[in-house]
Design a binder for this molecule. Structure first.
Ligand code: HEM
Length: 400
């Protein structure tokens, strides 16, 4: 997409997407870079200090983006906004509606359920005698957990995952390109499914998240029907693809750093720190975006109002000014103040859940298969299509 001085940034270039990290080096050397494409200005923010400053400064950097382009297909979601894409005071109200379902205490209550899911999946792997980490485990566990929280019947989990994958894929279109038919179909299917579910919960409320949101909607909260749909869809997508990729990217990092993997096997109490290092080293979210309400000074440059400001979390997590030897995967790293879950008022509401799922996942896999390793250390990994949500397609494992 663009080259400006020594900065190369092109999320639609498969080679860039396969390994964006070397391209981030140029971002550490000076003020945030500005690239222009016709009427659009893109500001690239990669230094740790700048990334944290932008994420904390919701007064100047809005989360409300421009309206969707005319080519976007929105189905039942027309006019919707969710907490990720809103500013205070609306953001605070929306976040409050679900915050009690994501407290560390509430998440601890889910632990036995998550352990059971992990154990059942590994039973199937053991019976089969072969283990492809993504298809057999990492793609399945998080969607089962979030679907359970949303009160979706287990037989629909695979359909849910497919909808979620298709919506994410839809975000990979180059600007101006019309949506593909399967994306339109997924937007419609998800809109139809939850519209029916919302009606059902209205008549027959349960203790799930959808029922809680329906109750808030009916009590005159700020949610339109489209907002309600958007809220549930956000939880579905944010709640599964990210955690899937934490497990996949984390296992890849362990497998490619055998001395670290051995250390973890010998010293399982290092697991919480290892998970923080997985989040820093190859986090599931590469970048998020903000939109300055007025021209704003940042790190020695002025970003114009409305510029799409890409806040490159994964670059900040490898900034040598913050992390010693940042390209080294070190499961004993301490301190490790990564920003993989963001920072400020939009800090990931699912962080305790994601950490719990990853802990349970790695504990269960290592307990079941003590000799677990990558099948082929040198395997060329292929990444899924999204730049923003980074994750691998498949990872064959050796279990004996
Ligand atoms: C390893 C897994 C995860 C990572 C790396 C991750 C990362 C992030 C990041 C970086 C943000 C902030 C985005 C911004 O400021 O623009 C965020 C927000 C959010 N995440 Fe996560 N996430 C993960 C798992 C989850 C899970 C399991 C859920 C559960 C449903 C979830 C739900 C959300 C929601 C609803 C927001 C919006 C919060 C707000 O706007 O106040 N995430 N996440």
């Amino acid at each position: 997409m663009a080259e400006a001085s020594q900065v190369y940034f092109n999320p639609w270039d498969p080679e860039f997407r396969a390994n964006p990290y070397p391209h981030y080096a140029a971002l550490y050397n000076g003020a945030p870079s500005k690239l222009t494409f016709g009427p659009v200005t893109l500001a690239l923010v990669g230094r740790y200090g700048d990334v944290t400053a932008v994420l904390r400064d919701h007064e100047h950097f809005s989360s409300v983006g421009p309206p969707p382009p005319p080519t976007a297909y929105q189905g039942r979601f027309v006019g919707a906004s969710n907490m990720l894409g809103s500013d205070p005071p609306r953001h605070s109200r929306l976040r409050r509606l679900v915050s009690r379902d994501f407290t560390p205490r509430r998440i601890r209550e889910l632990e036995p359920h998550i352990r059971q899911i992990a154990s059942d999946l590994l039973d199937q792997v053991e019976a089969k005698g072969e283990f492809e980490l993504m298809a057999d485990f990492a793609n399945v566990l998080p969607v089962k957990v979030i679907a359970h929280m949303l009160g979706v019947p287990p037989e629909l989990n695979a359909t849910f995952k497919k909808w979620s994958d298709t919506l994410i894929e839809g975000g990979n279109n180059t600007p101006g390109q019309p949506p593909r038919p399967q994306v339109i179909a997924a937007v419609d299917a998800i809109g139809d499914y939850f519209t029916t579910e919302i009606e059902r919960r209205r008549k027959n409320p349960g203790s799930d998240l959808v029922s809680a949101l329906v109750a808030a909607h009916d009590e005159g909260e700020v949610l339109s029907s489209a907002d309600l749909l958007s809220f549930v869809t956000l939880l579905l997508v944010a709640g599964n693809e990210t955690t899937t990729n934490l497990i996949g990217n984390g296992m890849l990092a362990l497998g490619r750093n055998p001395e670290q993997f051995e250390m973890l096997k010998r010293t399982p109490e290092l697991l919480p720190r290892a998970i923080e290092e997985m989040l820093r080293y190859e986090g599931p979210v590469q970048s998020t975006a903000r939109f300055p309400k007025a021209p704003v000074e940042l790190g020695g440059t002025t970003i114009p109002a409305g510029a799409i400001t890409l806040v490159i979390i994964a670059a900040a997590n490898r900034d040598p000014a913050q992390f010693k030897d940042p390209d080294r995967f070190d499961i004993t790293r301490d301190p490790n103040e990564h920003v993989a879950f963001g920072e400020g008022i939009h800090f990931c509401i699912g962080a305790p859940l994601a950490r719990m799922e990853a802990t349970v996942a790695f504990e269960a896999m290592l307990a079941r298969f003590p000799r677990l390793n990558l099948k082929d250390q040198a395997m060329k990994t292929t990444y899924k299509g999204s730049y923003f949500l980074r994750g691998i397609e498949s990872l064959p494992m050796a279990i004996n």
